[in-house]
Ligand binder design. Structure first.
Ligand SMILES: Cc1cc2nc3c(=O)[nH]c(=O)nc-3n(C[C@H](O)[C@H](O)[C@H](O)COP(=O)(O)O)c2cc1C
Length: 355
């Protein structure tokens, strides 16, 4: 990867650290889910069990720091501090796109986290177009080079279209997914990056052999907005028009969980900012929840300790939500009543009408 591309990685981090990357016009719609209060829970905090198994590893809570970065010295520090925080807190951690190290060995160091996160469920990451160039064996190699337990394949057509130098040809995606699923099996995660996975796409993914889907929906970090902030006037205007584009995370989570019917793990991400929202996502059918921006910002403000505090904040909020719904664990939470209102109810109903 060229030096200017590495600088672009840092520009992305700068924009995400302080910029308005969460458009006000987009919403996860989690505000339209209410869990029902149990005034008489027959439980103590210590009874709450958040433990989850994923890819053969045990997580202390069903939580993942979703992939963000790599490919510059600054990115390397972010990866190491976040991975160390994930190790300490017992949650999963995703590296950002490994495109940089696939193009130049110089940047491999910025993805090296296994020494600080020896037990963590670690995920590699590559984009669809790059994966097409590398082929399934090349993708497997990327995973092995960082000692990852799995690999996230990210889909980001809206971001690419907003980037003046981005890709314009997205043909052959499902074929590649099928080839990758046959090579990686349960180690493959297919994820969006903030525009969401629809139940229709989820069914195509499952039929191609995918067993883990991260819906990364709208309402949190918008990559269209990030690219619009970097673009020249013409591209910025087009990008800004689409800044709120995407399926709200709550709608994607509920619809995808229903569509895959247990044939794939569903990860709810995109705008998850509290333990209560994680509880709502789990109640809607997610198996795990993921967050990127808030953990990154906490790391920027307070290093590894700051990231750990943010993760603990999310976990404690989740514990409270379980206790106050009278749920000992996620399986019990799913059986509790919940109220889905307004626009979210419309989204879920409309998405269910199309096979
Ligand atoms: C700084 C930053 C960098 C990101 N880079 C990647 C990436 O390289 N690959 C990827 O799959 N997703 C990437 N994402 C997307 C996240 O993994 C996630 O899907 C999305 O941001 C929604 O989560 P959030 O609203 O909690 O940030 C990035 C997100 C952030 C904030």
């Amino acid at each position: 990867m060229s030096e200017p591309t590495s600088r672009r990685k840092d520009a992305h981090l700068d924009l995400c650290a302080t910029g308005e990357v969460e458009p006000a016009g987009a919403s996860t719609l989690f505000a339209q889910v209410s869990l029902v209060h149990d005034a008489l829970p027959d439980l103590a905090v210590e009874d709450i069990d958040l433990g989850t198994r994923w890819m053969g590893k045990r997580l202390r809570a069903p939580l993942l720091i979703t992939g963000m970065t790599g490919g510059s010295d600054r990115a390397g520090k972010v990866n190491r501090e976040l991975a160390a925080a994930a190790e300490k807190c017992g949650i999963a951690f995703g590296l950002g796109s490994q495109r940089a190290m696939s193009e130049s060995a110089t940047w491999a160091e910025s993805y090296r986290v296994r020494d600080v996160a020896p037990n963590t469920l670690l995920l590699g990451n590559i984009g669809l177009i790059q994966a097409q160039k590398l082929g399934p064996k090349g993708c497997l190699g990327l995973m092995d080079r960082v000692g990852a337990d799995g690999l996230c394949l990210h889909l980001n057509p809206a971001q690419e279209l907003t980037q003046p130098e981005g890709d314009r040809d997205f043909r052959g995606g499902l074929e590649l997914v099928r080839a990758l699923a046959s090579e990686l099996g349960e180690k493959l995660v297919v994820k969006e990056t903030g525009c969401g996975i629809s139940p229709q796409v989820a069914r195509r993914l499952v039929s191609a052999g995918v067993r883990n889907i991260d819906v990364s929906g709208a309402g949190g970090t918008s990559w269209v907005r990030v690219e619009a902030l970097r673009a020249d006037r013409q591209a910025a205007r087009l990008g800004e028009e689409m800044a709120a584009w995407g399926i709200p995370t709550a709608a994607a989570t509920a619809s995808v969980a229903r569509a895959v019917g247990g044939k794939a793990m569903v990860i709810a991400a995109g705008g998850i900012r509290s333990g209560l929202e994680i509880a709502k996502a789990l109640a809607l059918g997610a198996d795990l929840a993921g967050a990127a921006l808030p953990v990154f910002r906490a790391q920027q403000a307070g290093g590894q300790a700051g990231a750990e505090r943010e993760i603990e904040h999310l976990v404690q909020g989740l514990v409270r939500a379980l206790l106050l719904t009278g749920s000992r664990n996620v399986a019990e939470l799913r059986k509790k009543p919940r109220v889905v209102s307004g626009e979210l109810s419309n989204w879920i109903g409309s998405l269910a009408e199309v096979p």
